[in-house]
Design a protein around this ligand. Structure first.
Ligand SMILES: [Zn+2]
Length: 337
């Protein structure tokens, strides 16, 4: 396996909403009760990898002054420069969704080797649901007999998709969506924006602050706006699903489907709770209100289910024809009214 992708400097940061989890880990470590395997689970984009990296640095540090990594010892230096030889970061290879069985076998031999710096050996596996069945089975043995001074940090965005046999061998570290005020304040400072703008941005990304950052930085805000204009045009008969689908087939389809799903959830909410209910896509309120009035609830639910099913299929690593998939969904979108 490519060594460069295995060992590299990882960003460590404890975001304010991770304080309770951080405190718990530090206590477990200080009292020598840290388990061999942790399942750090929570929504995508809240900072789980940076948290896990902080935990890794903590246990790898040679000094551990006042319950925190010292930042100065040889271990800490390695950690923040070229990457620590006793830290193994395992993620899907570039352009691939899955963690393959061969990758897990490499990891197992790493776990059986002796720590080069004489302390812990740490694995960060991100995300656990990316392991297919054989990869997960290959990891079981390592989870059962991890060896002394070893720590496996499994990250998960969708705990429901992780094999039960894997889950049951890890102690769970649940990481909820950050409390809104805390996240708004953090985002405001990060992006130098007004509280109202930060709050709206957070709604679009379902409360995940780091997603809000990438949303801004990668121009996803523009893509979303453009996609929604397209959706509106379909409803208005100004364009068709067939004409629009090719434009978006090369974009991040999972992202597009998550936005489409979010719109449908809003429509369903408006139909049930009426106008004035709290919706994620407040900037599309007018179109959503019109849709809520003119569409049948069962059609909205059916389409939402279909979108969700396609999202799971994409996450389960099936590789559909994106253009056909989009066409199909957009045709149903048009049929809502
Ligand atoms: Zn240190």
């Amino acid at each position: 396996m490519d060594v460069a992708s295995r060992y590299h400097a990882l960003k460590t940061e404890i975001y304010p909403w991770f304080e309770p989890q951080w405190l718990r880990i530090k206590q477990l470590f200080a009292t020598e009760k840290l388990p061999h395997a942790l399942m750090v689970n929570g929504a995508k984009g809240i900072g789980k990898l940076h948290f896990a990296s902080s935990v890794a640095q903590l246990v790898l540090c040679h000094k551990n002054a006042n319950g925190a990594a010292c930042g100065e010892c040889r271990s800490c230096q390695l950690f923040s420069s070229s990457g620590h030889p006793d830290l193994y970061h395992l993620a899907p290879e570039e352009g691939v969704e899955q963690i393959k069985v061969d990758q897990v076998r490499d990891l197992s031999s790493f776990m059986q080797s002796t720590a080069q710096q004489g302390g812990y050996r740490v694995v960060i596996l991100d995300p656990a649901e990316a392991m297919n069945l054989s990869a997960a089975n290959a990891l079981l043995k390592t989870l059962e007999e991890p060896g002394k001074n070893s720590l496996l940090l499994l990250l998960s965005n969708q705990l429901g998709q992780v094999m039960p046999t894997i889950k049951s061998r890890c102690q769970r570290v649940d990481c909820p969506i950050p409390e809104r005020d805390l996240a708004v304040h953090w985002l405001q400072q990060k992006l130098s924006i007004e509280a109202g703008v930060a709050s709206q941005l957070l709604k679009v990304v379902h409360g995940a602050p780091l997603l809000a950052l990438t949303f801004k930085e990668r121009g996803e805000q523009e893509l979303r706006a453009e996609f929604f204009v397209g959706l509106k045009s379909i409803l208005q008969g100004k364009t068709t699903a067939i004409a629009l689908a090719p434009q978006y087939a090369k974009k991040d389809i999972k992202l597009l489907l998550s936005w489409l799903y979010s719109l449908l959830v809003d429509v369903a909410k408006l139909q049930v709770a009426g106008e004035g209910s709290s919706i994620a896509n407040a900037d599309m309120a007018k179109m959503l209100a019109a849709l809520a009035k003119r569409s049948q609830a069962k059609k909205v639910y059916a389409l939402a289910d279909k979108v969700q099913w396609q999202r799971s299929a994409l996450l389960a690593h099936q590789n559909p024809n994106k253009q056909l998939l989009l066409e199909d969904l957009l045709i149903d979108w048009k049929k809502l009214i």
